[in-house]
Design a protein around this ligand. Structure first.
Ligand code: 16G
Length: 260
């Protein structure tokens, strides 16, 4: 952190915002410094003890201000390495009318994609999977669960389920599920997607590097082959601060009214 930013804490001592509780004054000073670009995404904050000394306030006060800013998504804390200014989120605008894969979506935007495996294997299907994929209890389901990361920012947790008869080796799909399905002639051509609001639980929030409880999007995608057969049942959690889903709407002519 540079000298200019160091002054944030020193000037707090002579702060003219008297009256407001000290932790609020410190919170505002840090927020202002981020907004004015004095400290930028990825910059490390000095330790709690250093801030307390520089600003001449107690560590409890520093902790309270920092925790507020972490909750608000301005700062992030990484265990063992400290507190940092949160990376700035470039919102991804995603069309709702094209059936694309995560890899294609990000490549089109020039973003580097990688995934962290959370699960992959063949399992006995859950009742939901049996119903959506049309499986019997004696058949197996292939599960592929990944944290999807673009330009080093985790954007979504995707948990895909497919019949084991179309994906015998979930560990062998490489970096793109749709590319693997394409190779066997099983790439979906149509999908129905349901999007709902969800507050992120602790473990999802930790993976997505956001504070627990913040708004996310729960997305369920059921994809079909041209034959009408369901090929993919995916349940995902997307970061609410990272995605704008965009749909084009058209006025229907009288002949189309009443159609689903
Ligand atoms: C998209 C799909 C997901 C699909 C994945 C394949 C949504 C909400 N989800 O992210 O259902 O499994 O693409 O991506 O759009 P891949 O080919 O890069 O593995």
């Amino acid at each position: 952190m540079n000298d200019a930013a160091d002054q944030i804490f020193a000037t707090l001592k002579q702060s003219s915002q008297s009256g407001a509780p000290l932790y609020l004054q410190l919170r505002k000073s840090i927020e202002d410094a981020v907004n004015r670009g004095l400290i930028g995404p990825g910059d490390a904050l000095p330790s709690e003890r250093d801030i307390a000394t520089k600003a001449d306030i107690s560590r409890v006060t520093v902790r309270k201000a920092v925790q507020d800013l972490v909750k608000g998504g301005i700062l992030v804390q990484r265990h063992g390495s400290g507190t940092f200014v949160a990376p700035r989120m470039e919102r991804v605008e995603q069309s709702l009318s094209r059936l694309t894969s995560f890899t294609e979506d990000m490549a089109r935007r020039g973003m580097a994609v990688r995934s962290q495996w959370l699960d992959r294997g063949l399992y006995a299907p859950s009742p939901d999977e049996m119903m959506v994929l049309g499986l019997s209890s004696s058949e197996l389901v292939a599960r592929v669960a990944r944290l999807r990361i673009a330009n080093d920012t985790p954007l979504a947790i995707e948990r895909a389920s497919l019949s084991a008869s179309v994906l015998r080796d979930p560990a062998g799909i490489g970096s793109s599920l749709y590319a693997a399905l394409e190779l066997t002639g099983n790439r979906p051509v149509r999908a129905v997607q349901r999007i709902s609001a969800a507050n992120l639980g602790d473990s999802d929030a930790r993976l997505l590097e956001v504070p627990p409880g913040i708004a996310g999007l729960h997305i369920e995608r059921i994809s079909y082959l041209a034959s009408g057969k369901v090929i993919e049942f995916t349940r995902s959690i997307y970061r609410g601060d990272a995605y704008d889903f965009v749909a084009e709407l058209r006025l229907t002519g009288p002949s189309e009214e009443g159609r689903p």
